[in-house]
Design a protein around this ligand. Structure first.
Ligand code: SF4
Length: 619
């Protein structure tokens, strides 16, 4: 296959480096000597998949720390797919160029609800039956992990197994058990694997719905199968595996730099935020560990930029000494540090100034809502004063471009909240004009709020597309000069909303949408909403059932059996507090607010970076 690829095919496709493999630091293990052979599939194009930190961790973990083998597979871009189909080339891995069908496990990383059509397309290209029930012992076990699988039910009929929680905590145990379960009938194999905490095998459960469509029952089919599936958590992130030699691609990818995952989880408690709840509690890496990881990654890759990754990197308790250390150590060597997300306060701006002394590109802040009332409802603990102070500090120190993130369609939103967004943008522009001799650029990104499973807003209805459309028009009409507004596509937000709180009855819709040609749904040039609408109609599934209802607190949800550690009572209290406009403080700052996870999972907040003296000695 490799010969044919290089001889006849790569010259006919865009960006052939997507398909060549052999990148710096690639690990190719001996196929014959390896234990379980797993293909790690990212259901998007190479540039996106190669930027994903979780994939880098699992790749290094399996290949370096076990006798098993893990090779990469990405979704071929449509030009390559057309050639593969015409020439009957099956989906192949980038390490050994073997067909995916040769692997024992095929594991997908699901980062985004709409990537499911790419999953189906990749299974089809691999020659693997799409429905779990049509696969037998001879087929690879098709599994998935990632944030989306905290509600796995819309995808339950396509996968054999879901891994819930931190993948590196469970994957080696899982592969060991796959090895010792060889030769078993599929159902027996699934039962053995489902005994591992964090592993969910949907075929082992019966689901019933009431006449009104609401979940009636969700029960294991066998006595030994657990009724609830508890997520897996890395308790000590500092001791967890992290790759020192990440792959370095031969082409530009979305995030092309060394990455330090400074912490996992976020304790701010924004009520709309899915990741902020499901990845609780906060666990940090120590300054010593981060310094060593930075040094090794830079030595082994030649990268000239290092980025801090986490849900809220500036909340890392040792952020100040960490940044000063990195800039002090590597700044003169021309290696930059980047901060993907900033907190809305002047301290953050000082730190941003610290790392970008010379080239001040765009600064990004996320107030999320236009008034204090609505920010309190969503528990975004940021005041307008803090925001404007941050903006003033930014313009004073020479930034010329500012990007602000907002959401529309939030629970409790009124017209005054939309007016508030425009007013904030005008104030920001006024401050910019005051401090800058050149015209400043103000951009606002306006996402549509999508209620997600396991969040305090999981009971709330989502705005209809018509409501979002009228809000977008309202804002566009009030836009002022030199302020750019960009809106998320309300149709993709709507579909995301259907799937995010969906159940098993969505599988035929997804399958039909894929059959009609849907793929790369996250890419505007390929997104085809008409096909999705037709798929809903033909499957006789009413999407509004999933998005449009205010759900009562008594309702059982399809995802309730997934135990994320945070209690449903806490989520309900947070929703009620939102109704009353009351906020909840960050538990790192003002004590435990009793979300339940620390007790339930015998974990605790793990704050490691505050030891300034140690850092200054180390870095
Ligand atoms: S149990 Fe308390 S301390 Fe632990 S994450 Fe939840 S609110 Fe924070």
């Amino acid at each position: 296959m490799k010969d044919q690829l290089f001889r006849d095919i790569l010259s006919r496709v865009a960006k052939p480096a997507r398909y060549t493999g052999s990148e710096l630091n690639m690990i190719k293990k001996d196929w014959e000597q390896a234990g379980v052979k797993m293909a790690f599939a990212f259901p998007d194009v190479y540039e996106v998949g190669m930027s994903h930190v979780g994939g880098k961790i699992l790749y290094g973990l399996v290949n370096e720390k076990s006798r098993h083998l893990l090779e990469r597979v990405f979704a071929p871009w449509p030009d390559m797919e057309a050639i593969m189909r015409a020439e009957q080339i099956p989906l192949f891995s980038l390490e050994s160029f073997r067909p995916v069908l040769d692997f024992e496990v095929l594991g997908f990383s699901l980062q985004y609800e709409l990537s499911i059509t790419n999953v189906l397309n990749m299974l089809d290209l691999a020659g693997i039956p799409l429905w779990s029930r049509e696969r037998n012992e001879a087929h690879p076990l098709v599994i998935a992990g990632g944030p989306v699988v905290f509600n796995p039910e819309p995808f339950a009929d396509f996968f054999d197994i879901f891994i819930i929680g931190d993948g590196e905590e469970v994957l080696l145990e899982f592969l060991d058990k796959v090895e010792t379960s060889r030769g078993l009938e599929k159902v027996e194999k699934l039962k053995r694997l489902a005994a591992i905490e964090g592993v969910y095998a949907p075929a082992l459960y019966n689901v019933e719905y009431r006449e009104d469509g609401i979940l009636k029952s969700f029960e294991p089919r066998f006595a030994e199968v657990p009724a609830r599936v508890r997520k897996r958590v890395v308790k000590d992130l500092d001791q967890a595996y992290y790759p020192d030699k990440p792959l370095v691609p031969y082409m530009e990818i979305t995030h092309d730099r060394a990455v330090l995952e400074v912490m996992r989880g976020c304790q701010r408690g924004c009520r709309f935020c899915h990741a902020g709840i499901v990845y609780r509690p906060v666990r940090e890496r120590s300054l010593e560990t981060l310094e060593s990881q930075a040094r090794h990654q830079l030595q082994n890759t030649g990268y000239e930029e290092i980025s801090l990754a986490s849900l809220s990197s500036l909340d890392y308790s040792g952020i100040d000494p960490l940044l000063k250390g990195l800039v002090g150590n590597y700044g003169e060597k021309g290696i930059g540090v980047s901060l993907p997300s900033l907190r809305v306060d002047a301290f953050s701006i000082d730190l941003a100034n610290e790392v970008q002394k010379v080239r001040k590109t765009t600064l990004t802040l996320a107030p999320e809502a236009g008034t204090q009332r609505l920010r309190d409802i969503i528990n975004k603990n940021v005041s307008e004063e803090q925001l404007l102070d941050a903006v003033e500090a930014a313009f004073k120190s020479g930034w010329l471009s500012l990007k602000l993130y907002f959401m529309i369609g939030l629970p409790g939103e009124r017209e005054e909240d939309l007016e508030g967004i425009i007013e904030i943008l005008q104030k920001v522009k006024y401050i910019g004009d005051k401090y800058s001799r050149r015209p400043v650029e103000i951009r606002a990104s306006l996402a549509s709020f999508v209620p997600k499973a396991h969040t305090p807003f999981q009971w709330r209805p989502q705005n209809t597309m018509a409501e979002l459309d009228s809000k977008q028009q309202f804002l566009s009409r009030r836009r002022r000069k030199r302020i750019k507004l960009s809106f998320h596509d309300r149709r993709t937000s709507y579909l995301e909303g259907v799937i995010a709180r969906g159940d098993r009855r969505l599988a035929p819709v997804i399958y039909l949408a894929w059959q009609k040609g849907c793929k790369f749904d996250g890419w505007s040039e390929y997104f085809n909403f008409d096909n999705w609408q037709d798929a809903f109609r033909e499957s006789e599934v009413e999407p509004e059932f999933y998005t449009g209802r205010q759900r009562p607190y008594e309702e059982s949800f399809p995802w309730d059996f997934i135990d994320i550690g945070v209690s449903k009572e806490f989520l309900q209290e947070e929703d009620q507090k939102a109704e009353e406009g009351l906020t909840t403080a960050d538990c790192r700052q003002e004590g435990c607010s009793d979300c339940g996870i620390c007790l339930a999972m015998e974990v605790s907040l793990n704050i490691k970076g505050g030891n300034v003296d140690a850092l200054e000695k180390q870095i």
